[in-house]
Design a protein around this ligand. Sequence first.
Ligand code: C5P
Length: 318
Amino acid sequence: MSGSPGATGATPRRAAAEPGRDTRRGPVRIGAVVVAAGSGDRLGASTPKALVELRGRSLLAHTLAGLAAAGLPPAVVVHTPGAGAAFAAATGGLPVAALVPGGATRTASVAAGVAALDDDVEVVAVHDAARPLTPPGVIAAAVEAVPVGGDVLAAAPGIPVADTLKRTTRPAGDRTPTGGAVGGGAQAAVRGGGGDLPEVVATVDRTGMVGIQTPQVFTRRVLATALRAVAEGREATDDLALVEELRDAGRLTGRIVVVPGSVWSRKVTYRADLELLELLAAHADPGTLDPGGGQGGVPPAPGAAGPAGRGRDGGGGG
Ligand code: C5P
């Protein structure tokens, strides 16, 4: 993949962007957290999911390369507890800011990653290691959407939901590109039987529905407030949801916005996702092409001020 910085190895240090140069009111320091502590049980892999390879390179290394191509600084990588050495060896030679063990939930892993960022990081991008082909342009757009001092609390990429949505009695299966099938009811579907298949309960109005992706980007102040809410007993599968909850409770004021995402940013959950991304990656490099119809990205030219070096839009937190 193009856009990779020089290989300096996994050098543990605290994370923060280099200050930008072209700023009117001082640089905004951006930090990146890659959550990679998931087990990968649903993938059926013998190693943690982030270490699984896609075209000869770990999912983690692909993800780190995408962030670098978007102009972000080396990320804090949150790894499966006890597997730090394996993760350090799987960065593909790309620099990381720190390697820290994750928690039992995704939110706990995010909190561990944020705790390893430099205190002066003002904007935080939290990205799934399980999205190895997220176009750099999508990452940059999400970061650009969260100016410090604006009224945007958080931003994330989203893509329209194309299929009609049905609520079912349990999850349906997913037939893989090579003909296998996984998930609820899939084996019954393969056998051609209907006895064990999930049933349709209702059709859900898909107006305004989007599938939300990562990176999810926050001002540091907003993310810290949301993570403190977790300590108060709240939990969510998605960080944006924590901020929504505080907004809805009137504890935070501002907008949570969606920037255009990309089908290339598909999260690897099942074997089918990996097979699909293998097919995509075989035909193009999202670091150099623009697969998102304008949302993919050409990496910034060396020395150019990417989102990591953008100007400050105002003072204070979001
Ligand atoms: O399980 P799922 O694929 O939804 O996880 C999304 C991302 O969160 C993955 O990159 C996974 O490694 C990460 N995760 C984590 N810690 C957990 C659970 C998930 O870092 N306890």
